[in-house]
Ligand binder design. Sequence first.
Ligand SMILES: [Zn+2]
Length: 227
Amino acid sequence: MIRHHPDENLLLEYASGSLARGPSLVVAAHVQMCADCRSQLHTLNNLGGSLLNGSPAQPLQANAFERLMERISQIPEKILHKSEESSTPAPVSREPAMDHLPKVLNKLLASNPNRRWKTLTRNLQICRLKSGQREYEVAFHSLRSGSGLPKHDHRGREFALVLHGSFSDHNGIYGRGDFVLREPGQVHRPIATQDMDCLCFSAVEAPVSLTGVRGLFLNPLIPFRPG
Ligand SMILES: [Zn+2]
């Protein structure tokens, strides 16, 4: 069950096309996994469509939202879940944890045939991807089961989506489909749960920053490759 979602403002930014490409990929992948956010997006798109069509402003009826939600709930399940169904075609990667990805990520993988997984630490691997922009580092991260990352801060925003396994930090537990947004200044230490490796997809605006003495030595060496 998905418990962590993008907030309404972020969905609105995504729906209006004003969200940068890096975070848009993370939001799009979450939306393809999350029926709740698809419904919300459907509502936002309808509202946006009405505004763009120049419909004369009508006072909303008191129960307009409920009626809209009722209409959405009457859409046959098959249509509502179409993107989810089509989001699980044959995997494009041989890595065992890379199957059953949202369609948008399979597409991204297909456009990165020369991608490489790199070992950052004993427990952490990264696969950076080209996504046609220069602001965010877009990548998959795989954290070994039961292991943790060093405590770190973010110098820019980090958008992440859990694809397999789960991790926890002081804010809670994040499992498959959960969306995570970390703002600059939010220090955290994610730890993968014991049962399986944790695979995440993320868009990071700036390099992470390790806290404490370790950071003094290592921060200048942490690579950051937006693309
Ligand atoms: Zn959601």
